[in-house]
Design a protein around this ligand. Structure first.
Ligand code: DHB
Length: 419
């Protein structure tokens, strides 16, 4: 049977609901059983799916986030931003009330998978969102595919994440996207010998690979690479290796939440006074921790897609509202959560409140709007984000440390997909 046009579902289910209508149909059916049996079956088959799609049912967005454990700041930032989006934009879209369901996976992939399954099967959520680390996004991807549920990744940043399910859309960033620019910057700024230090898992490997290939293409030399454990790293032995190699600079990627501990050990081992310049992705000079890092962070050159100090009117309003609601500064995770809500609610509006996995996914592809970070686009082919990437320098402004933008590359696509 073909889909009734928009609005027909609602009309049929409303007309069919009163008990008296059903009783009448039954008694008629008993008297004229052979002739009406087929018609009844037809009516029931229309009423069944129509009831499930009643536009008045809440539209559920299931965020799976690390609210505890080593990556808890990611959960704190993203959940605060999702709530801010609803507070600012209202919790009803095209007649559907939006319900946020936020669950803690503690940063453990088995938990992510179990929660995603429960959300889809028991809670009947309409969209999955969140995913604080790459392994957590990879664990949930097959569930999105099997259930045809859009999965909006607002954190995990390894290039391959979006290729794990045709239902994944990403509003965060990719490591290759923010790494190629800083490798170029280094080569153009009299840095010729670099050592890399990255967290030893997929996004770290992406950062290492894309830094090395761009920097050597630009004529630079890589003296060596070190990889630090993802869980509870002690950076001291790795920093010693870097110090011994005496490069002009070290390039660092660590996931959100590890930057402050790294900077502390960098200073404790005297690397800040060794003449080895520190280059990083903005995950290290994370707005969530930057202000507590102290003078050691001053002057660090880094590259990322969002700074709380981004000087647009849209961002100034976002930061002011976020800080008023939460009493802490939004970071790049927060902006991805906020934009994730924007993408999801835009898609729901496009479907006129009807939703449905495939319709929502189609409505997410190609979205273009101004985010607090600048203009963003969801590439319709890759479902990945296209955005401006900034080179920033850590500076003190009004008594606080910020990543101050000094240079911009416009509309950067994920270089990991430009094969
Ligand atoms: C990932 C996690 C982070 O906290 C981050 O800053 C970058 C990438 C990840 O696991 O994909």
């Amino acid at each position: 049977m073909s889909e009734p046009p928009n609005g027909t579902h609602e009309m049929i289910s409303r007309q069919s609901r009163p008990l008296s209508t059903i009783t009448t149909t039954k008694s008629l059916a008993m008297r004229h059983l052979p002739r009406l049996a087929g018609a009844c079956a037809l009516a029931l088959s229309i009423v069944g799916p129509a009831a499930a799609a009643t536009p008045q049912a809440p539209f559920k967005i299931g965020f799976i986030l690390p609210m505890t454990g080593q990556s808890a700041s990611t959960g704190k930032q993203i959940s605060a931003a999702a709530k801010l989006w609803l507070a600012q934009n209202g919790d009803t879209v095209a007649g559907r009330k939006i319900e946020l369901v936020i669950k803690d996976d503690g940063g453990v992939a088995d938990q992510t998978r179990r929660i995603a399954q429960e959300m889809v099967v028991n809670d009947k959520i309409d969209v999955l969102a969140g995913f604080g680390l790459t392994p957590l996004a990879l664990a949930a991807a097959p569930i999105a595919t099997q259930s045809k549920t859009p999965m909006v990744v607002t954190a995990a940043a390894t290039s391959i994440v979006t290729e794990q399910s045709p239902y994944i859309v990403r509003t965060s960033f990719t490591l290759p996207q923010v790494t190629v620019g800083i490798a170029d910057w280094a080569a153009r700024n009299k840095i010729s010998k670099v050592m890399t230090l990255v967290a030893d898992y997929a996004p770290g490997i992406d950062a290492e690979k894309f830094f090395k290939s761009q920097f050597t293409l630009d004529g630079g030399q890589i003296l060596g690479d070190v990889r630090t454990p993802l869980r509870s790293p002690d950076f001291a032995p790795f920093l010693q290796k870097v110090a011994d190699a005496k490069p002009d600079a070290m390039f660092v990627f660590l996931p959100s939440g590890q930057g402050a501990a790294f900077m502390k050990q960098f200073a404790e081992r005297g690397l800040d006074k060794s003449g080895i310049k520190l280059l990083a992705t903005g995950d290290v000079t994370d707005d969530d921790q930057l202000n507590d890092m102290g003078d050691v962070a001053l002057g660090v050159i880094n590259s990322h897609h969002y700074s709380a100090a981004h000087p647009s009117e849209t961002n100034k309003k976002f930061v002011a509202a976020f800080e008023a609601a939460n009493h802490f500064r939004p970071n790049f995770m927060a902006v991805a959560g906020y934009d994730g809500m924007h993408v999801i609610t835009n898609a729901l509006a496009t479907t006129k409140g009807q939703g449905g996995g495939d319709a929502l996914l189609a409505a997410m592809k190609g979205q273009l709007f101004e985010s607090p970070r600048g203009q963003i686009l969801i590439d319709a082919q890759t479902r990945d984000i296209v955005q401006d990437v900034y080179i920033r320098r850590v500076e003190r402004k009004d008594g606080q440390l910020y990543n101050i933008e000094i240079n911009v590359q416009k509309a950067v696509k994920d270089p990991g997909k430009l094969k």
